[in-house]
Design a protein. Structure first.
Length: 215
């Protein structure tokens, strides 16, 4: 296995594990809140906005650490602190902006069902569009770190846009699957597999660009 291929595989694993440990608890809280706040009115939505922004920061810290443990082999000049904080900033901002439209609509529409939801293929087009935008937001603070170390660091932003445009529809596809009927363990295993797959897919795409940037 070449040095580049080894780095790429480690990067994929780091992103899969990072998302599993970072996004997994966020998904659990989301399921819990849906059950508790079934009406989804304005105050509840505002609470959710703040909570998920904080949880997004947690996800960013976990993913950032997992990424840095691999990145330091190629870019030892990048400090753990700078990379983790950049990832925290990107993830928290992405969660904040991603949830802001539905939060605003919950106040305008007074809660339940004010915003029409796309159907069929439109769901996945919307998910890809979200990934395209939020991927750029996620990557922007990391780009500020990378540009001090590598030439062509600007490619990191479109690489993340492409990665999350591909990975985000997978989360929506999984959400539409029938729930396992044989208990909580099966549900947790399914959710864990999906989250790890999302991280691996995103990592494979932006990792391929990172390999070239760090040669």
């Amino acid at each position: 296995m070449s040095r580049d291929t080894g780095f790429w595989f480690r990067w994929i694993i780091a992103n899969a594990v990072g998302e599993l440990l970072g996004l997994g608890p966020v998904a659990f809280v989301a399921i819990l809140l849906v059950r508790v706040f079934s009406e989804g009115g304005g105050p509840e939505a505002l609470f959710g906005l703040g909570l998920f922004t904080l949880l997004g920061a947690y996800e960013g810290a976990v993913v950032g650490l997992a990424q840095w443990l691999v990145l330091r082999r190629r870019l030892p000049e990048v400090s753990r602190r700078s990379w983790i904080w950049a990832t925290v900033a990107g993830a928290a901002t992405a969660w904040l902006l991603g949830m802001l439209p539905s939060t605003i609509m919950s106040f305008i529409g007074g809660g339940g069902g004010a915003m029409p939801e796309p159907e069929g293929a439109g769901v996945y087009v919307m998910a890809a569009g979200m990934g395209l935008l939020l991927g750029a937001i996620l990557a922007a603070p990391q780009w500020r770190v990378l540009r001090r170390q590598v030439h062509g660091a600007g490619w990191w932003i479109p690489a993340n846009s492409a990665a999350w445009a591909a990975a985000m529809p997978l989360t929506f596809l999984a959400a539409g699957l029938p729930l396992p009927q044989d208990g909580l363990l099966s549900l947790l295993l399914l959710a864990s597999a999906v989250i790890a797959a999302v991280g691996a897919l995103a990592g494979a795409i932006h990792g391929a660009v990172l390999v070239r940037l760090t040669r």
